[in-house]
Every structure is written in C-alpha cells, then in structure tokens.
Write a protein that binds this ligand. Structure first.
Ligand SMILES: [Zn+2]
Length: 452
C-alpha cells in the first residue's frame, strides 16, 4: 500500500525530470520550498532566451493546492507538454516564451496529494497534512485559506477538523509560505497568476471577500470572459466568470486574492470540470478534454497579458510598495474581521479519475516495484526517517534563508545537454490502472459513495 501511496508523486517527479532533461533549451526546474512533511515543492520554468537580452516578465501557474483535485496536476502537466510540443512551430508561442518565463508547479500540496493515493478512504482529502493543533486530533490546513489576503475574515473555519480550516495565522503553512516567498521575491516582473482547481467550470477573479473589488475588475472580467469563450470553442463546455462571492461563495486567504493584493495585475482561479456530477473524481474520458479546454483558456489569458505588456505598453500593475501593502492589508484585515464569519459551502460530489492512464498510458507493477526499490519510502519506518530528514532540511533551509534576501534564490538545476527526447507516454503494458486497482480493492461503488 505504501508503494501505491508514493506512485502518483513518483510518476509526476519522473515526468518532470524527463521533460527537463529532454528540453534543456526551454525547461529548467527549481525546488523553492518544502512541505510540512519535508517533501520538495518543485516547479518547472519554461522560457527561451530573449534575443535582445531584455529582462523577461513572469507568468505563474500552480496546480494541486487541494489534494483531491487530481485534474489540476494533470492540467499542469498537459500545459507543459503542449508548450514543449508546439513552441518550435508556433511563432506566437515562441515569441511569448522569449518575453516571458512561465513558472509551473504541478503539485503544491505534495503531502496531501500523496495522502490521496494511499487508499480509497483518503482519496478525497483536501487539506495539507500538518499535525493537529493542541487539543485536536484533526490533521491539515486548507492551504487556499492560509494566504495573507484578508486572512481569517470570511469563508473559513477556525475548527481544525473543518475542510476550510485556515490555520493558526496567515502563512503559517510552509506550502503557502513557499509560494508567497518565491512569487513575492519577483513581484516587480510577475504579470499573471493562475491557480488551478476543480470543480465547477468557473473562472474566478479577485476578490473572495464580497466587500472588496479589484481596481482592474472590469478588465479582469473581460479577459476572463474571452478565455471562457475560447474554452467553450474547444468542446462546447461553458465556464462562468466572476468573483467567488458572485458565482461560488465568499472566501478569504486564497492564493488568487493574495496575488492581486500584492500587485500582480492578472490573477485567476480556474475551477475545471465538471459541474458537480462527478466533481473531483472526473471520469477518465473527460480528463484530456478538460485539459485541452483549460489550455485554451490559460493561453488566452497569457496572450492578452503578453500583448499588453510587450505591444501596447502599460499594465495596471500594481506594484504597490511593500509598506503601502502592509498598511492597507492590515487596515482591511481589521475592518473585515468585524464582519460576519461564514463557513463555505462544500461540494460533496466526488468521483474517480485515472489521470495517469491518460497522461502516461497505463503504469506497470514493475514501475511500482522500481519506485519501491528506489528508496526506503515503502515502510513506515522509512517514511518516518524521511520525514525527520525533511524537518531537518527545513531547519537548515530556514537558517540559510535568514542569510538570503529571498528564498526564491533557490538554485536552478542545470539541464543536462544532449539528452534524449522526452518520453511523454509511458509504455503501455499489461497492467492495472489506478481506477482498476481501486475497484479491485474495495469496489467502485464504495469509492464513489464513501465520504471522508
Ligand atoms: Zn480547490
């Protein structure tokens, strides 16, 4: 079972290594943080050298903040794959990659994601895996309520057993802090922040608090609607555009809101398929279409941002000074904390998704064995050792960070040159898919019906 648990992460990690090794002119990687349990939080950076040597701007894309939303990490991989496969024949894309560096994190909540692979009863875990606060036995924090944006004011719970538990304080969780530290270190050049979730078929824009409006709200809406139109053209699926209070529910402490609050002009949450029928357990046949339409939407936004920055000039950026931001944020937090604290509605629709079957082809038991053999993670003892080592790493990193201006100076590993072309699809073999494994172990009905 431990091998099963590590398989999802193993496949993504191996894919990241392959795509970097196979495309050294375009792709590099960096570890920019560590999870509560000490796992790496890794991004892929996609960008070409600017022929005129100009400073490049940044686009941020992250997936997998909520552990059970498996379509999100799948999208991040699809997004990278599409760019890798098409940039050399697509002049517009090539130009954008000469002006922009696109930072893609396939899985932010790595601990939670690993936990969802453990067994059917953990498949719908949403939060991180930090240990319970004193007096509680409930693990985890909703990382998308832990960012420093009107934290704790609306649409959250202070009950650690809740799925929307916002943590002890803004940025108390290492995963949220890693994103804030890394992106916060390059605010002056970051134009766009896309964070990918499921489900609901929504494009959400700032802010989650009903009493705050983004200064460029109208433009955020029009750019979002243009993306939704592009998405609908792919497979006919409709996506609704608006703020979270308008079309979903009020919330606070989201990464999307944090990004806009600190001055990134374009910030969106994508809630991918579907509208509730299967929700987080998206059927296998919908995985690729969902990724295809989301790619069209993301590219639409990125192209708008690029053209605005590099063709016609000024963005509404934002570049709020650090002091002004802190003052404003504090004032707003005090003001908003007097408002009503409401619990978010929560989707209870869940379903299964065999993303890797689509992305990689079926995996094999041999791969599982290789994964188990590659380390000591397949025992609880090994896991504990690794976790302890991870905590040590965090301490060491904290000590190192104190000597650095920003933690986003994490070193980029150089890509080995002359490597073979990326192997995107794993070889199809006589093997069981993840879905089949789940069904074999405890039955598809129980997988669909059982609640957390
Ligand atoms: Zn989510």
């Amino acid at each position: 079972m431990e091998k099963e648990r590590m398989l999802g992460l193993f496949l993504i990690s191996r894919w990241m290594e392959d795509v970097e090794r196979g495309n050294p002119e375009l792709v590099s990687s960096a570890v920019y943080g560590y999870t509560y349990e000490g796992r790496n939080i890794t991004l892929l950076k996609l960008g070409l050298e600017n022929p005129e040597g100009r400073e490049k701007k940044v686009i941020w894309v992250d997936c997998g903040i909520h552990a059970r939303e498996w379509i999100a990490p799948a999208f991040c991989q699809w997004f990278v794959k599409e760019i890798v496969h098409s940039y050399s024949t697509d002049k517009k894309l090539e130009q954008m990659l000469q002006n922009l560096d696109v930072y893609v994190t396939p899985v932010v909540n790595v601990d939670g994601y690993v936990f969802t692979w453990a067994n059917n009863s953990t498949r719908r875990w949403r939060k991180s895996r930090s240990t319970p606060p004193p007096g509680s036995s409930c693990y985890g924090v909703d990382l998308n309520r832990n960012f420093n944006a009107n934290w704790g004011t609306v649409g959250v719970s202070f009950d650690s057993c809740s799925n929307t538990y916002c943590g002890r304080s803004a940025g108390s969780e290492p995963e949220a802090k890693a994103v804030m530290d890394f992106v916060g270190g390059m605010l002056n050049k970051t134009l766009c922040f896309l964070t990918i979730h499921s489900a609901g078929q929504l494009i959400l824009l700032p802010y989650g608090h009903p009493e705050i409006s983004a200064p460029n709200y109208d433009e955020l809406v029009s750019v979002g609607k243009a993306a939704a139109e592009k998405m609908e053209k792919v497979h006919g699926m409709g996506y609704t555009v608006g703020t979270s209070p308008q079309i979903l529910y009020p919330n606070s402490g989201s990464s999307r809101d944090w990004a806009r609050l600190v001055g990134i002009p374009f910030s969106y949450t994508f809630e991918l398929r579907d509208k509730g029928e299967f929700s987080h357990l998206l059927p296998e046949e919908q995985i690729q279409p969902a990724c295809e339409e989301a790619y069209a939407g993301a590219l639409s936004i990125i192209a708008h941002v690029h053209d605005k920055a590099f063709s016609s000039g000024s963005l509404p950026n934002a570049a709020v000074s650090g002091l002004a931001l802190i003052i404003w944020s504090s004032v707003m937090t005090v003001f908003l904390s007097t408002g009503v604290l409401s619990l978010t509605r929560h989707s209870s629709h869940e379903m299964t998704a065999n993303i890797f079957h689509i992305l990689f082809g079926p995996f094999t038991h041999r791969e599982i064995e290789q994964q188990g053999a590659s380390g000591s993670q397949d025992t609880e003892e090994g896991d504990r050792s690794r976790v302890n080592e991870g905590r040590l790493q965090r301490v060491r990193k904290r000590q190192t960070d104190e000597r650095r201006p920003h933690s986003n100076q994490a070193s980029h590993r150089p890509s080995p040159r002359g490597a073979t072309v990326t192997q995107w699809h794993q070889p199809a073999d006589d093997c069981q898919t993840r879905q089949q494994v789940c069904c074999t172990v405890c039955g598809c009905d129980s997988l669909l019906m059982k609640d957390m």
